[in-house]
Ligand binder design. Sequence first.
Ligand code: ZN
Length: 109
Amino acid sequence: MQRFGIGVVYHQNQRTVACGQCGAAWQERFIGVSYFNSDGRKSDGESHLCPRCIMAPLTVDFVIEQEIALALTCSDGRDAAQVRKDTIARYEEFLASPISPPIPSRNAG
Ligand SMILES: [Zn+2]
């Protein structure tokens, strides 16, 4: 029995979320990835996932394609190739960056 599902959440603007898995800050644009519990409702606050923590059945490529499609819908006249390039670059930059540790809550030593 599956306790959690994973799904996409669409929204109209951009917002910065903290990944519930690794703690990284990620700026969602138009689309985000979240856990849902068995009731189909998000748990507040800690359900967001950054691109690095996206897992099956979703893939980063899928989310990128969705974001590109939404960005093109919302931006009149922008060059489609440029939107695609910018979006992919944003994800690649995030994925290439070192994992920033979560805010320490206790002494390690
Ligand atoms: Zn993460």
